[in-house]
Design a binder for this molecule. Structure first.
Ligand SMILES: Nc1ncnc2c1ncn2[C@@H]1O[C@H](COP(=O)(O)OP(=O)(O)O)[C@@H](O)[C@H]1O
Ligand SMILES: [Mg+2]
Length: 388
């Protein structure tokens, strides 16, 4: 059996595609042959006879239209670009999900939206890839100020992980999810990492925007696998940075994707068994944007807010973030703390980077007060530049 793949212009030579992929030619297939027809080829004399099309069930493919150029359409199928004739009865545009066969081209539109279909998550999407290895040098000594916040976060995250069995025995309702909220640069990510280190927990870091864009269409599967992996660990923290990005998307298409990811996340959290020792941590700059379904009991119903630091916090953050630097004499953290009202911890820490640059540009290998002040002035200027 073969399929007619091409007919020469003079109509005398018919090219046949055999089932095993080989090509053959025949020269007496008229009058019936057309491209796409199925034929029997007699193995003895090579004569050709027509056959019902159904006998050659062609696999249909699914692809996404990429470009409409004149009377042709570029379709991406399984990562490859192919060109097909534009079906005459349809209005086509880029970004449709279409179905077709190799011989008939596009048969119809399956969806007005482009889908991505990758059956197996790629190597770099395996759960292990999301594990952040413990950093021995990172400890609570690296986190300045915010005494009460640190204490509360440890109580909500570290204690339940450490005393999982005891809390179970008491019959306490497990804490599954904790939300860290606060402006960007207030140390949410830093504290989460320090706590994971300290609690000896496997730490999976998932970036909200990334899981939606880079692994679009695979996001739910990736999250499911990470939870599976985490449940097998003695203790684990699954960290969703910028979790609000999963729940507040502008375009409809990504909104649909994020709804599915949120749904998956909720199902996984609801499905924790009593011996699951996994804590799910989310961060957000915009707590108002976090899907309300995520805030229900048994989900992210615990909340730690990271405010802009007050003067005492700022002084501690400054001395903490500068504590590993080589410094000459006494630097006045208090002086800088007084001048940095409304600064975030990240902005305060940036003073040290600028100060170090100033020192080395002057040929010194330790910091002086003037570098500290100079660093402060530089960051202050950048802040004025960005914040008007
Ligand atoms: N409390 C703090 N003490 C010292 N440095 C801090 C503190 N909070 C933040 N930083 C500095 O700011 C940087 C950014 O903090 P990060 O945790 O990423 O903020 P967020 O996640 O809230 O946006 C940190 O890497 C650290 O250098
Ligand atoms: Mg962060």
């Amino acid at each position: 059996m073969a399929r007619v793949s091409h007919i020469s212009e003079d109509g005398r030579t018919t090219y046949l595609e055999l089932r095993d992929g080989r090509t053959a030619t025949a020269d007496h297939v008229e009058p019936f042959a057309q491209v796409g027809d199925i034929v029997f080829v007699d193995p003895d004399d090579g004569s050709v006879d027509s056959a019902p099309r159904d006998l050659w069930r062609e696999d249909t493919w699914v692809g996404v239209t990429k470009l409409v150029a004149g009377d042709r359409v570029v379709v991406e199928i399984g990562g490859r670009l192919r060109l097909f004739p534009l079906p005459s009865d349809k209005t086509f545009r880029a970004g449709l999900t279409v179905e077709g066969t190799d011989s008939d081209g596009i048969l119809g539109v399956l969806s007005e939206k482009a889908i991505k279909f990758l059956d197996e998550p790629t190597e770099d999407a395996l759960p292990e890839r999301f594990i952040v290895p413990p950093n021995e040098r990172l400890s609570f000594d690296d986190f300045g100020g915010y005494g009460e916040i640190v204490a509360r976060a440890r109580e909500l995250i570290e204690l339940p992980l450490k005393f999982h069995d005891a809390l179970n025995a008491i019959g306490a309702r497990p804490i599954k999810g904790v939300l860290f909220s606060g402006p960007s640069g207030t140390g949410k990510t830093l504290l989460a990492r320090i706590i994971a280190n300290h609690a000896d927990a496997t730490f999976y870091a998932i970036n909200g925007p990334e899981v939606l864009s880079k692994w679009y269409g695979q996001s739910e599967e990736i999250i499911r696998r990470i939870f599976e992996d985490a449940k097998r660990r003695e203790r684990a923290i699954i960290f969703f940075d910028e979790i609000d990005s999963l729940a507040s998307q502008r375009s409809d298409e990504s909104h649909e994707a994020s709804r599915r990811v949120v749904g998956q996340l909720l199902a996984l959290m609801d499905g924790f068994s009593p011996d699951t020792n996994v804590m799910v941590l989310g961060t957000t700059n915009r707590p108002g944007d976090v899907d309300s379904a995520l805030r229900r009991p048994g989900r992210f119903d615990w909340h730690v807010d990271f405010p802009i630091p007050n003067k005492e916090d700022r002084e501690e953050i400054l001395s903490t973030s500068g504590r590993k630097l080589k410094i000459q004499g006494d630097l006045s953290h208090r002086w800088v703390a007084e001048k940095t009202e409304s600064w975030t911890p990240a902005e305060l820490a940036a003073i040290w980077t600028e100060a170090a640059l100033l020192a080395v540009s002057e040929g010194r290998n330790s910091l002086r007060d003037e570098d500290y002040v100079g660093g402060f002035e530089r960051v202050a200027k950048q802040r004025r530049g960005t914040k008007g």
